[in-house]
Design a protein around this ligand. Structure first.
Ligand code: NAD
Length: 296
């Protein structure tokens, strides 16, 4: 089976490589030619445009930054919509606004193509291991058809509802992750300034109720001062903006989300928007004039 893959960034590259390893033929496209070359070396075939990708396959996967990129790649000039076959399935795995996913799906439907929104959680390490958590919205039948392919990139793929439900689930995920990072940062800044070794605090609490996947994933990096992405702060700002817009549109106040959004905005002003979102701790560190690092 041949699959089209568009968007070969931090996440898309290892996800596409896992599909190659699983034995699928891949037709790939990205605006960055080095990324395409890397996939061609791994066994994929390069396409000239999203339109070319769509013309050659019945299953197209996209992994792009945000709603405008997905709209441009699917609905724009030389976009997927110009080449898409009737009956084809488009699986957008980017994290975008639920409303945008619904708009793109409606346009594809006019060409007889079906769209699923299927954003992921787990970050680059789980993309490499093929153990992402995949949250899906869209027609059940289409989901059943592509589930085996999704499970080559993820450890789980759960259909949460109709088109857009995947991204609503992802927004919930991103709120929980952002607030968790902020909680870890606040607590560890306090401990460090109180002259208690933050690594010992981590070891003491990780098995208790305060333990979390976020704590386990981010604390070792914080202790090293390693804020290399991973998941960039600018992408988390994008997700929180989508969360705020969606929440306000349907009448849901999200006070904690809006506060953490402002912490991230402050880091952006400080030029740290390309740091990993674990770098949120730098906001707290600057407030308290202390650095949460491993004791030398
Ligand atoms: P990235 O910026 O590393 O990759 C995006 C890729 O899309 C790049 O290779 C870029 O060149 C390509 N692209 C942009 N516009 C394009 C266009 N018009 N045509 C073709 N290619 C185009 O981002 P990423 O970290 O891989 O994230 C992708 C998506 O996955 C985002 O929505 C992000 O929020 C989500 N996500 C990321 C992580 C993470 O840890 N990085 C985790 C979960 C979800």
């Amino acid at each position: 089976m041949r699959i089209g893959f568009i968007g070969l960034g931090i996440m898309g590259k290892p996800m596409a490589k896992n599909l190659l390893t699983a034995g699928y033929d891949l037709l790939v496209y990205d605006i960055v030619s080095e990324s395409v070359s890397e996939l061609v070396t791994a066994g994929a075939v390069a396409a000239k445009s999203p339109r070319d990708v769509a013309a050659g396959v019945d299953l197209i996967i996209t992994m792009l930054p945000n709603s405008p990129h997905v709209k441009a790649v699917i609905l724009g000039e030389n976009g997927v919509i110009e080449g898409v076959r009737s009956g084809a399935i488009v699986v957008d795995m980017s994290s975008i606004a639920p409303l945008a996913a619904q708009e793109v799906a409606a346009e594809l439907e006019k060409k007889g193509a079906i769209m699923l929104d299927a954003p992921v959680s787990g970050g680059e390490p789980k993309a490499i291991d093929g153990t992402l958590a995949i949250m899906v919205g869209g027609p059940e039948k289409a989901f059943e058809k592509v589930k085996d392919v999704l499970l080559k990139m993820g450890a789980s793929a759960v259909r949460c509802g109709d088109i857009g439900a995947g991204n609503v689930t992802k927004l919930a995920n991103q709120i929980i992750v952002a607030l968790n990072i902020a909680a870890v940062s606040e607590a560890m800044t306090l401990a460090t300034k109180a002259k208690v070794d933050p690594e010992l605090v981590f070891n003491a609490i990780k098995g208790g109720l305060a333990g979390s996947t976020v704590l386990n994933a981010k604390m070792p990096l914080i202790l090293e001062g390693n804020f290399k992405p991973g998941f960039r702060i600018e992408l988390h700002i994008k997700d929180l903006q989508n969360a705020l817009d969606t929440a306000h549109e349907i009448g849901v106040p999200v006070p904690l989300t809006s506060q953490v959004m402002e912490f991230m905005q402050a880091l952006k002003v400080a030029g740290k928007q390309k740091d990993d979102h674990g770098g949120l701790i730098q906001f707290y560190e600057s407030l308290a004039a202390v650095e949460v690092r491993r004791n030398a």
